[in-house]
Design a protein around this ligand. Structure first.
Ligand SMILES: C[S@@+](CC[C@H](N)C(=O)[O-])C[C@H]1O[C@@H](n2cnc3c(N)ncnc32)[C@H](O)[C@@H]1O
Length: 304
């Protein structure tokens, strides 16, 4: 179907920049397909804006793929800052209450991101369910990613009943809560007070009785707990977990396991670092890609 719409006519070489600007300002009409002729691009817009002209446009097919996004509870996080596409995404599934654009990688000690609000309800808070466990999250206050859901299940599957677990960088608690069913006790630590507050909420929400939240710099855990105190330690601070290996090896029992998450460009990059310790590498695998040159990898290490 075709219909008439107001549009902006720009030189093709200016097309992508103009399209993005219109999308960011919420004027791009994504229900219609832009078209070009002899050096110009015609971009349909939703309202009357200076310089707009009228043209006939083809309507987009409703089954066209949705923009790329990550869904965390009711929040969809889009890679592009495109308000028109955000609106389409919001309307596509009733479960989505908010569409955000993430403005770059995680930063700072708390590993949070900055977000631009695009559509729906203006919030960074969501209620997310993963394999039957519920998590209250606030993306602007504390780290959370749904991308490690399978990784948490992988570790749960290799655990024995009654283990003592330490999660050194627990965030709002996805590893601690997922793994707690196999544990006698879980200590879940984070340096971010907002993360630990949400972690406490999530412990209550999931009726977990064996998880103790700890608010501390993980560097101090070696003086908080006696040596060789844990059967298993989770180290999910990929940017710099290697700085905490001394503490983890001090706290893990002989025969216990450390799951060491790191960023690396090549397989085996951390092996030299691990040679300093009495340990055996059980496996190493890529968890997900992080950037064009780096992977988020996990080393499963047995302490000797
Ligand atoms: C990549 S996030 C992982 C959170 C959680 N494990 C998850 O999978 O959602 C890393 C966490 O480590 C915390 N963190 C950073 N430096 C820390 C430190 N020195 N001691 C304790 N926690 C720290 C951050 O606040 C953040 O919540």
């Amino acid at each position: 179907m075709a219909r008439e719409s107001r549009c902006i006519k720009v030189l093709k070489k200016e097309g992508e920049r103009t399209r993005r600007k219109l999308a960011e300002d919420g004027f791009l009409d994504n229900s219609l397909k832009p078209f070009s002729d002899e050096g110009f691009l015609y971009i349909p817009v939703t309202g009357e804006i200076p310089g707009a002209v009228s043209e006939i446009f083809e309507e987009r097919d409703a089954s066209e793929p949705l923009p790329r996004h990550e869904l965390i509870g009711g929040i969809a996080i889009m890679q592009d800052c495109d308000r028109g596409e955000a609106r389409r995404l919001l309307d596509s599934r009733p479960v989505i209450h908010t569409v955000l654009h993430s403005e770059g990688p995680v930063t700072g000690e708390y590993r949070t991101k900055d977000y631009i609000f695009l559509a729906g309800k203006e919030t960074t808070k969501a209620d997310y369910t993963e394999y039957g466990q519920r998590f209250l999250i606030d993306l602007s206050a504390a780290y959370f990613s749904a991308r490690l859901a399978n990784e948490r299940q992988r570790i749960a599957a290799m655990m024995k009943d009654g283990e003592r677990l330490l999660d050194m960088f627990a965030g709002v608690g996805p590893f601690a809560i997922t793994l707690s069913g196999k544990c006698s006790v879980v200590y879940a630590n984070d340096i971010n007070p907002a993360a630990v507050s949400l972690l406490a909420d999530n412990i209550r929400l999931n009726k977990k009785k064996n998880i103790l939240p700890v608010l501390a710099d993980a560097r101090r855990l070696g003086s908080i707990f006696p040596p060789e105190n844990f059967d298993r330690i989770i180290m999910n601070l990929p940017m710099k977990s290697s700085e905490f290996l001394d503490t983890a090896f001090r706290l893990c029992k002989s025969g216990g396991m450390i799951h060491f998450y790191t960023l690396q460009s090549q397989p085996g990059e951390m092996e030299e670092e691990l040679e300093k310790y009495e340990c055996e590498k059980i496996s190493e695998k890529v968890v997900r890609s992080y950037s064009p040159s780096q992977h988020h990898a996990v080393y499963d290490i047995r302490v000797i």
